[in-house]
Design a protein around this ligand. Structure first.
Ligand code: SF4
Length: 151
């Protein structure tokens, strides 16, 4: 079984109430079990919701208290992002999942690249909060963009 960002399979869980459907990934996994998750919803955030970005580092820094996650109106949502990461890890562990394909650049799901916290579409190296926690627990995480290049 593979963990996947719910928005990638068409679930309308994105901050703006829409999705990021990637048909080619669904086609690739035809017949294989996918476990969809949305860490931001699992953390108790509403949909739709204001966008958020990590400020002061990346997801690993958030987990270790060195950075925070902030909404576009300035409200700190670090606690919700950490809760969502922990709930996602709980699901992955309970299902014995060792691999995840998550949405690129998200402050939760991003793998390798995220937005820089300025809400101006600037990309920096780093993982989202959930991705960082999954990696710390030995789960392989690929972004959908990286994965799509391979299939
Ligand atoms: S938190 Fe992850 S699964 Fe949820 S909408 Fe954002 S990118 Fe998609």
């Amino acid at each position: 079984m593979v963990l996947i960002s719910g928005c990638l399979i068409g679930v309308n869980c994105k901050y703006n109430g829409k999705h990021n459907l990637r048909e080619e990934i669904l086609t690739h996994f035809n017949g294989e079990n996918l476990a969809p998750i949305c860490p931001e919803q699992l953390g108790g955030l509403t949909t739709p919701r204001l966008p958020a970005e990590i400020q002061g580092g990346d997801g690993k820094d958030v987990l270790h208290g060195r950075a925070k996650v902030v909404r576009s109106d300035g409200v700190d949502v670090t606690e919700e992002f950490i809760k969502g990461a922990n709930e996602t890890l709980k699901i992955a562990k309970s299902l014995g999942i060792t691999k995840a394909i998550l949405k690129a650049k998200s402050p939760s799901c991003g793998a390798g690249k995220i937005y820089d916290g300025s809400f101006s579409d600037i990309i920096i190296d780093g993982d989202g909060v959930t991705t960082a926690l999954l990696k710390e627990n030995g789960i392989e995480v690929y972004s959908d963009e990286e994965f799509s290049e391979k299939i």
